[in-house]
Design a protein around this ligand. Structure first.
Ligand code: ZN
Length: 114
């Protein structure tokens, strides 16, 4: 990912907090009266801008950070787990939730093997 989550968070915290709403081509703060925050090229663009207000962006960043921590924790646990003999693979698939998590193929699916 090229975007810095810290830069995205800083940008979201620097502007009027949400929720925002689209009013025609105008985007405004729902709780802040009639102040215009942005203007979309058309109503569709205004609805999009309002849909990704700072509150939503901060929630998405938090969810991504939490998911990355869980992934990293799972990878560490996978690396620490006892391995089964080289060449042995289970019939499951990690992406389907049926993998053993210990054979080489499952570990590769989880990115635990270079
Ligand atoms: Zn397996």
């Amino acid at each position: 990912m090229k975007a810095s989550l810290e830069a995205i968070k800083a940008a979201a915290l620097a502007v009027t907090p949400g929720p925002w709403e689209a009013y025609g081509t105008i985007v405004r703060d729902i709780d802040g009266g009639e102040d215009q925050l942005a203007e979309g090229r058309d109503a569709t663009h205004a609805r999009y801008i309002a849909a990704v207000d700072p509150e939503i962006v901060l929630e998405l960043v938090a969810r991504l950070e939490r998911a990355e921590r869980e992934r990293d924790s799972f990878k560490r646990a996978l690396l620490d787990a006892p391995q089964i003999p080289e060449g042995t693979v289970c019939k499951g698939a990690m992406l389907l939730g049926s993998g053993c998590g210990r054979c080489r193929r499952c570990r590769e699916e989880m990115g635990a093997v270079a």
